[in-house]
Design a protein around this ligand. Structure first.
Ligand code: CTP
Length: 416
């Protein structure tokens, strides 16, 4: 495949060297298009030697070959890693002031941008708006990983590992046959973590970022499904990452329950990716609780298990219910043992089990999951960027819907 690897001017440019090697090792023809600033980090000689192709940054070089138009038009895939805040801004603005931005304007193939920058830059409203603009146009923008950045600071902004970027990029072009395989399917996805109030200013919450749920919503929409995303306390940039979906924001487990059940009345598939509190404070103080010197004891009461209720009292009979299980494993059993027990206990059609803790799962850009059926049998496994994991989950859901339709047809009844 003819791939353009764009490299913007950030310290993470060194990781793009590894990405280039990976893509070349897989037999792809890679044309590297760095920005001027990128060459401050990794020189032209490195890119030319490893790609085996000439490297230019300007639209005024190679003018006889009209490179600023030809490179983009001939590309079958464009990957930019790292995509800096400045590159995102120029791409969102439709600039063409160097060879890379000109290439982005002329490319008609899938484009994947892998941002890397300091957390403050990533979270700045200007960058959030630029990312939302690009995603709305169909550009695939990965979420940066969290972790150590240049200097002493840590947070979201790290370039995902080259293997993860390569997998996400190649998934964009490899998935032709599944592109619109959820057309006509109505889907509700819950995402994020609920907050159960103690008083007007405090709540019991959890660490769920909503990224996996947003990725699931986005993947389903990309495959043609009509998607409602019930978002429990999900950051605006993560919600924006879900793309073209209807969003219902909620805060508590009870609000989430009502929003999910209301959406599920018209849904073929409900995916419970949200981390719903199992317990909430028994009473909620009407005004801020004051420090009295006596440490209070909190009394909690159990919340309704929304997933279980979808199984026992489905808003629309016959719909497919998918649950999630974030497990750490403990002395009583490993991640999968707990997942199997939960699959049987919850009775959902599919249960997506993922290992969390120790930097895995919550907040991370990548995930590792095993999909179980209601008997606890493994039907799929996936690891990689959350968007790719999301597609693997939908592959399993699609297979489940097909098997069900076959079963219904085989039993002499028409699938609804
Ligand atoms: N879930 C739900 N309503 C709740 C709690 C959880 O719908 N009140 C859903 C989650 O959205 C997820 C699945 O149930 O899809 C698994 O949640 P989890 O908290 O892991 O399940 P529990 O039954 O609480 O198991 P554990 O004993 O591990 O806490």
């Amino acid at each position: 495949m003819r791939i353009v690897l764009g490299v913007a001017g950030g310290i993470a440019a060194y990781k793009a060297v590894l990405l280039l090697r990976l893509l070349r090792e897989q037999g792809h023809e890679v044309r590297v298009v760095p920005t001027r600033a990128a060459l401050e980090f990794v020189g032209r000689a490195t890119w030319e030697a490893l790609s085996g192709q000439p490297v230019t940054t300007e639209v005024f070089e190679d003018v006889d070959r009209v490179a600023h138009v030809a490179i983009g038009k001939q590309a079958e895939l464009v990957v930019v890693a790292p995509a800096t805040a400045d590159l995102l801004a120029r791409a969102a603005g439709g600039h063409a002031d160097d060879l890379l931005t000109a290439t982005l304007l002329t490319a008609r193939c899938p484009v994947l941008l892998a941002p890397a920058m300091h957390t403050e830059m990533w979270e700045h409203p200007a960058t959030v708006a630029n990312v939302a603009t690009l995603r709305a146009r169909g550009v695939h923008v990965l979420d940066p990983a969290s972790g150590r950045l240049t200097g002493a600071d840590t947070g979201p902004g790290r370039l995902p590992e080259p293997e993860a970027i390569a997998a996400a990029a190649l998934a964009l072009v490899g998935g032709d046959d599944r592109t619109r395989d959820l057309t006509g399917v109505r889907v509700v996805v819950s995402a994020g973590g609920t907050r159960e109030p103690l008083d007007p200013v405090r709540f019991l919450g959890n660490r769920s970022s909503g990224r996996q749920g947003a990725a699931l919503a986005r993947a389903a929409a990309e495959r043609g499904a009509q998607v409602t995303l019930v978002a429990a306390n999900v950051a605006p940039d993560v919600v924006a990452g879900a793309g073209d979906v209807a969003v219902v924001p909620v805060e508590t487990g009870e609000e989430l329950r009502h929003a999910v059940r209301s959406g599920a009345k018209d849904a073929d598939v409900v995916v419970m990716a949200a981390a719903v509190a199992d317990y909430r404070p028994e009473t909620v103080a009407g005004s801020k609780l004051k420090k009295t010197g006596d440490a209070p004891v909190l009394r909690l009461v159990e919340t309704v298990d929304v997933l279980r209720e979808l199984v026992t009292d489905p808003p629309r009979p016959g719909q497919t219910v998918v649950g999630f299980a974030a497990e750490t494993g403990d002395a009583a059993g490993g991640v999968l043992d707990h997942g199997r027990a939960k699959a049987r206990r919850k009775g959902a059609d599919l249960l997506v089990v993922n290992a969390v803790g120790g930097g895995r799962g919550f907040g991370a850009a990548t995930n590792e999951v095993t999909v179980l059926d209601r008997d606890g049998e493994v039907v799929a496994t996936a690891a990689g960027p959350k968007q790719e994991v999301a597609h693997a989950v939908w592959d399993a859901v699609r297979a489940h819907l097909d098997a069900r339709a076959d079963g219904a047809a085989g039993a002499g009844t028409l699938p609804s």
